[in-house]
Design a protein around this ligand. Sequence first.
Ligand SMILES: [Zn+2]
Length: 348
Amino acid sequence: MLDIQARLSALGYRVDPEEHGEFGPGTEQAVRAFQQHRQLLVDGMIGSHTWEELVEAGFAFGDRVLYLRYPSNRGDDVRTLQRMLNLLGFDAGREDGIFGQRTDRALREFQKNVGLPEDGILGGTTVDALKRLRPVAPGPGRAMVRESEALRRLSATLDGARVAVDAGHGSVDPGAAGPAGTTEGAASYPFAQALCTELSARGANPVILRTAQNDPAVSDRARAANEFGAEVLVAIHFNSDAKPTAEGASTYYYGREGWSSPGGQRLAELIQEELTSRLGLKDGRTHPKALPLLRETRMPAVHVEPCFITNPREEALIQDGSFRSQVAFCLAEAVERFFGRGKPSEGP
Ligand SMILES: [Zn+2]
């Protein structure tokens, strides 16, 4: 607890000194503010993901030597490096704070350009060189523009397209539960199956990232989607709230502090449009979020919550087979439109 409080204070979140060493309301508030600012799920608790984010937030640019290694270096220093390289016109790819091959290539390219040894190591001299050249103008980095351009070139057909479908949660972590006892983990799987059926019928090549029973870690699901070479990813969850009247659909895509995935955002917008216009679900809109699955996958990815499992009426819908088929139709329709077919079709 002392470590958590020390990290929060070091990052500028005020922790009540009276709560020294114990998790009181002031600490919870600081955790919530941290989660809000980092665009995480805000629950006021220190789960493993929030803890990793606290650690990553503690690395400032130049604090440590960075290079391509496995497991990858992760942290805010990596994100700053990616942002600097992108702003200078080198292609470090998405600013996700994970030092991968693309960041390595961009760093070597930068070193070559300024006449430094191309060793791919971010140490003292390269840090200094980057700081000297740091552009003053803010604005979207070139990586974001590049991803938008790639989007325009996307093939105009769903035929054979690899689509990763994640059924949120599972047997280990069932996720949120409704008043009648439905859990996200149990309910998301049949939705994922229905979506795969619908996508296959349209010629796509879908795969679900877990079985009905198991519950792989989020990083393993992300790796599976990357290795499959998925062109898009759709993760299915359900929303929850303390208020049983909370209702409607929301969709999330990867984004944080000045960088968001244009592809993810486009797909999220299409999904929202389909779910709200065809099914009359309340529009909870699209939002950038730094969810681990969205961050660790390399393709446009969305996390969709078609409705609230904690709302008795919507929980009943979740259990209804025809609602499930309709949601699957909407999601598949959005994916197909994402692949270039602009006009919505009839149905469901
Ligand atoms: Zn969930």
